[in-house]
Write a protein that binds this ligand. Sequence first.
Ligand code: ARG
Length: 467
Amino acid sequence: MNLLRSRFRKKLNKDALDFTSSFAFDKKLCKYDIAGSIAHAKMLGKCGIITKKESGKIIKCLARICREIDTGKLKFSETSEDIHMAVEQMLIRKIGETGKKLHTARSRNDQVALDLRMFLRDAAADIKLLLKVLQEVIIKTAQKNIGAVMPGYTHLQHAQPVLFSHHIMAYFWMLDRDAGRLSDCLKRINVMPLGSGPLAGTSFPIDRKYTAKLLGFSEVSQNSIDAVSDRDFAIETLGCLSIIMVHLSRFSEELVLWSSPEFGFVDIDESFCTGSSIMPQKKNPDVAELVRGKTGRVIGSLNSLLVTMKGLPLSYNSDMQEDKEAVFDAVTTVKKCLRIYSCLLENITINRKKMLQSADDGFSTATDLADYLVREGLPFREAYSVACKIVNSCLENGKRLDELTLKELKAFSQKFSGDVYRNLKPENAVGSRKSSGGTAKVRVLEQIRLARRKLKVKIITDNFLYY
Ligand code: ARG
């Protein structure tokens, strides 16, 4: 039985069916399609468009289909055009004529928009939770390693010493914004398109607000053409997911660098590393590398949907069927990456000695030398110029800053005295940066406390967001 071919005398060509069918991937939307259909049937019954009895019968059967699919008792025919047809067909097979009434005042165009929105609503909520778990691990790692000093970098050159905890807490705030972006995006996902029909609305006296309420939507869409044409909500979600991946990718790049022998700052537990098929000494940071690699895939999905949508006339076009694989793949990838990342981070140990040694080597306290002179009364630009000359002379003579005698320092500026050497120690340089948001231990501890509080508050507000 093909519900869509009454107009045609011929069956759909087998290759054309293979090519046009979305069932292989949109069956992932099954539970949303059924939930949407149940709400629609309930609304049709309430509004008197079908009888209460018919509505009840449809709902009962849809619930049964859902259970049977869940338990594996029921399988859809793989030759269905898409999940919407598969569900409707199954319903009609089971309850006959009454089942044929479900599609009153509905189209697959508003149906697919509904299903995708429901899928993304759940996906965004799951991802927010996974972000939170990772944020907790970051806080724990920062707390555990508080006091470890490492070189801070700009241009991947030693810049100023920082606390390792400060550095990784930077990722906490990135993920915090990621979660905020998802919450914001959820407001636009959570708009109900059902009732828009194929594009122009319907002549039946439907109650869209009622359906929206049943499905936990906070608003109904205001323009039926927009409702079936719009995929902004999916593009926006993919944008959020891409940004999350960019953050994870930068973190991964650092873990790859830091675990290399050249840095030696971090040891990734061998349970999270692989070896080489030929080089016996290898211990590769695969998880971090693959997260970095999968970032391209998620950004690719965003790109693919943007390009799919850019030339489409209103309203629905079959091109839009291409949205789903991009969305599904990105959601699965981001979930996997976030999950593994929390485990990965719990399995790193840091080498404090190596970090400190490195911070001590590359003139990372040169700014502190200049700042010392500023405190002694020199304008910053002059102090900076004196410090440049000192750095140059050290480079020429193969010396570190703290290897210069006071006499040598005084030759550059009379303002130097013995207490300058304190400022040249990376630990002290870190401790002195007490400005708000700075790297001094007091500030980082404050930051960690604030971060903890933020996560707690989040749990409460998130629980009020839906349902
Ligand atoms: N399988 C379609 C999709 O994924 C569902 C909507 C089909 N609508 C249509 N008029 N062909 O977009």
